[in-house]
Design a protein around this ligand. Structure first.
Ligand SMILES: Nc1ncnc2c1ncn2[C@@H]1O[C@H](COP(=O)(O)OP(=O)(O)OP(=O)(O)O)[C@@H](O)[C@H]1O
Length: 484
């Protein structure tokens, strides 16, 4: 045998062994996953195994599938491959199909990208190949439409609590029966409370159930820019085709439409067209529809014509659950007492909670220490000192008194008219929410009142906040002012 055919034969044998490895993995996945999931996401994958078995590249058809497979299955696939492969470390890479070489050729592996190792993946690493520009080989309009959803933001990763219960239930309903009830669904709340996450979860769930559905997630600013482009390039027909043909439109932060008359008009047209064909619209905003400034009245009334739900700042137990879950997703177990400590000190929103968690984990890694309350205290030193400096009961009393135009002295007085008693109850509620003080301590600072009086105020305002939009808005404003 000359050298060349011999080399070719060796390559073929390697390639066959590589495919056998992937085949075994596929068989296992077929057993583990529901048939529909396996057929939709796993079966179409083309795998390429490097000659030394150190790297497996999975080629998928488009960016959306890539994100989805990475978020939902990459960890499981990597762990399975590692199991089949034994001790030798293996790196899993995801790439778009247009880069795939013919499957059965044992081409050399692409240059190794630095692959971040995820401890949750049983020693195997998952990397994403450098991606070429958007897929040209398939229904490109659809691929672009789907690309904007973030596949990692699903109902499974969204922790439920009192703060988001209603919004989550409504979103789940929309995802399972789009176009029927709650159309449009209008979700509002402060920054970092999970509005974008929830909205993406609706899109991801619908696409998992109906992969052919035309779903678009878009930020309102992007919509504005699309309108401008359609004007400049005189491509309104394309614009209309794009927006009016959707099954589900998810549009984030509609407060950005303020003062943009032409955009509002185009959005109104899209809105009417979509509703007429029973497509669903989900919107988010930082305020409830009637609180929106500089948006045409006819649009505001359309926004409010389905279901409007608020997302509230997460309560303590929810913050604890979020921390424990997010830490676990990063391969770290966080003790409940530590999670309580962090959650008590970071109250404003989930994004800040995530930031605090990242700090604590990085601090533990750098210092090679276990995560404990003491370590969390050190890691969050700056944040804690800013908070302690800014939010005192005294500060809360002053701010609330100013806001409701009563005297500071009325916070401690025994006077009972509603115009004074109510702001006082609101201040007590905020003192409990925003400081570490106990009920008796708060009572003391409000003119020596009993702790049951404080508890009554905290419960009453907390419950009313869920029901009365105006009070909720006022509390948001006060909270933002106090947090600086
Ligand atoms: N209930 C939750 N469970 C798990 N993660 C959450 C939850 N709520 C929010 N998050 C996470 O918090 C971060 C901020 O959420 P998101 O971006 O959805 O907030 P938002 O309300 O859209 O904020 P903004 O108005 O600033 O865009 C995201 O990483 C999101 O995944």
């Amino acid at each position: 045998m000359t050298e060349e055919p011999h080399r070719n034969a060796t390559r073929r044998a390697d390639a066959d062994a590589g495919q056998a490895l992937w085949q075994s993995c596929l068989e296992q996945l077929a057993q583990d996953l529901p048939v529909q999931q396996f057929n939709t996401w796993i079966r179409p994958i083309v795998a390429q195994v490097s000659a030394d078995f150190s790297r497996i590249t999975l080629y998928v058809a488009n960016r959306f599938t890539l994100d989805w497979v990475r978020a939902q299955y990459a960890g499981r696939i990597a762990a399975l491959l590692q199991n089949l492969q034994g001790d030798q470390p293996i790196t899993l890479e995801l790439a778009l199909a247009q880069r795939a070489p013919a499957v059965r050729r044992a081409a050399p592996a692409p240059p190794a990208a630095a692959a971040p190792t995820n401890p949750a993946h049983a020693g195997a690493a998952v990397a994403e190949a450098a991606l070429p520009p958007p897929v040209a080989s398939e229904d490109s309009a659809r691929a672009v439409l789907r690309n904007r959803l973030n596949a990692a933001l699903t109902f499974d990763t969204l922790i439920e609590g009192t703060a988001n219960r209603m919004a989550r239930a409504a979103a789940l309903h929309v995802a399972s029966m789009p176009g029927q009830h709650y159309n449009p669904l209008f979700i509002y709340g402060g920054v970092g409370l999970g509005k974008t996450h929830l909205m993406n979860a609706v899109g991801n769930r619908l696409l998992a159930d109906r992969p052919e559905a035309r779903v678009l997630y878009i930020h309102a600013e992007q919509f504005v820019s699309d309108v401008v482009k359609a004007y400049q390039r005189k491509t309104f027909e394309d614009f209309k085709d794009r927006y009016h043909s959707l099954d589900l439109l998810l549009i984030d932060d509609v407060q950005f439409f303020a003062n943009k008359d032409r955009t509002q008009e185009e959005f109104f047209n899209a809105f009417e067209a979509l509703l007429a064909k029973k497509s669903h619209i989900v919107m988010t905003s930082d305020t409830y529809p009637k609180g929106l400034a500089d948006i045409h009245a006819r649009l505001v009334s359309r926004f409010d014509s389905g279901l409007t739900v608020a997302m509230e700042p997460p309560e303590l137990e929810m913050r604890v659950a979020i921390l424990i879950n997010k830490a676990r997703a990063e391969g770290t177990e966080m003790a409940e007492e530590v999670a309580f400590f962090v959650a008590k000190n970071v109250r404003s929103n989930v994004r800040e909670l995530e930031g605090a968690l990242r700090k604590v984990m990085a601090y533990a890694r750098f210092n090679r220490k276990e995560i404990s309350i003491q370590l969390a205290r050190e890691a969050l030193r700056d944040l804690l000192s800013i908070q302690n400096r800014q939010i005192s009961v005294d500060n809360i009393q002053k701010t609330v008194a100013d806001f409701y135009k009563i005297k500071m002295a009325d916070m401690y007085s025994k006077k009972r008219p509603a115009s004074i008693a109510r702001p006082r109850q609101i201040a007590m509620y905020l003192a409990k929410e925003l400081t570490q003080k106990s009920l008796p301590e708060i009572g003391e600072l409000f003119g020596g009142r009993d702790h049951t009086t404080v508890l009554h105020a905290v419960r009453k305002i907390g419950a009313e906040r869920q029901q009365v939009t105006e009070l909720n808005q006022q509390l948001h404003v006060l909270e933002q002012t106090l947090k600086g």
